[in-house]
Write a new protein. Structure first.
Length: 93
């Protein structure tokens, strides 16, 4: 089911505001791709396993996989939880 709307948590917004302008552009591009059906494979959009909430997903922001966005999906709405380095998201999505 394609994603039709996006919400941001306060934590996501705070982390986004701290990014460089270049990284903010990368995030915008990733969010644009999130709304495409199907999501481009290069974004490595996938669910997270091992967490109690089965609706947690991540999408790569940069092509070198240095940063990811963690997302909770309910129906056609994606809630952006965090934007951080790959390692930080793996530790605490």
């Amino acid at each position: 089911m394609p994603i039709k709307s996006v919400r941001r948590t306060e934590r996501f917004q705070k982390e986004y505001d701290a990014l460089t302008p270049a990284m903010k552009k990368e995030v915008k591009d990733a969010l644009r791709d999130l709304l495409v059906d199907p999501i481009p494979a290069s974004r490595r959009f996938h669910s997270l396993k091992g967490y109690r909430n089965p609706k947690l997903f991540t999408i790569d922001v940069t092509m070198n996989k240095s940063h990811k966005i963690s997302i909770e999906i309910e129906g056609t709405c994606a809630t952006l939880r965090r934007i951080a380095t790959h390692k930080e998201i793996d530790r605490a999505p």
